[in-house]
Design a protein around this ligand. Structure first.
Ligand code: GRF
Length: 192
């Protein structure tokens, strides 16, 4: 892992595609005194991402670009990250898979939150799979991003009990509440 600690807070970009509750939560976290990061850029691959509203509300720069052309989009993002002096990236509900080349350029400085206890249930529909398999425990994971999907080194995990009454929707809500605790804790762990 690349050491990122220092006296100054680390300029961070959050990549989203949807609601952005983790983004909102990370922004709140970034504003507390001993947070190691500031959120300086929000990137979305779609104009439809509801989380983009936090850019206006909280005066954070945003950049939107579809991934129709990966090479061009990633090159533009990398330029912008350089220009804004961004040193750390948090993926939060980001639905695109970054290329090997992009990840190499930010090696050890991209993290993701995934709604399962990895290595179980990589990819999509994690809550549905957990319930279908009659699991008793679900959870969430914050991990470093590598070229292999949902497979980088695990930073922190949190378990969530599945009750008999749970549906994929109710379980997703329960897990999301824990995600909001886990992501800041994982970031503190990385930088402290
Ligand atoms: C979260 O459950 C996250 O783990 C998954 O997508 C969801 C995003 O939620 N990758 P939000 O956009 O942060 O509200």
């Amino acid at each position: 892992m690349v050491k990122l600690t220092g006296l100054k807070k680390v300029k961070t970009a959050v990549f989203i595609s949807g609601t952005g509750s983790n983004l909102e939560n990370l922004i709140k976290f970034s504003k507390i005194k001993n947070s190691p990061i500031t959120i300086d850029l929000i990137f979305s691959n779609t104009t439809k991402a509801k989380g983009l509203k936090f850019s206006h509300q909280l005066n954070i720069k945003k950049y939107i670009s579809s991934f129709n052309n990966y090479k061009i989009t990633e090159a533009k993002i990398l330029n912008l990250l350089k220009k804004e002096n961004i040193k750390f990236i948090c993926l939060a509900g980001f639905m695109k898979i970054l290329s090997k080349n992009f990840i190499k350029k930010f090696n050890g400085k991209i993290v993701n939150i995934h709604p399962s206890l990895l290595p179980k249930y990589k990819g999509l529909n994690t809550h549905f799979k957990a319930i279908q398999n009659k699991d008793r425990i679900a959870g969430c994971t914050v991990h470093f991003v590598t070229a292999k999907l949902d497979s980088g080194k695990i930073i922190l995990q949190k378990e969530v009990k599945i009750s008999k009454k749970d549906t994929p929707i109710s379980l997703a809500k329960k897990v999301l509440r824990q995600e909001h605790k886990l992501y800041p804790a994982a970031i503190k762990k990385i930088f402290n």
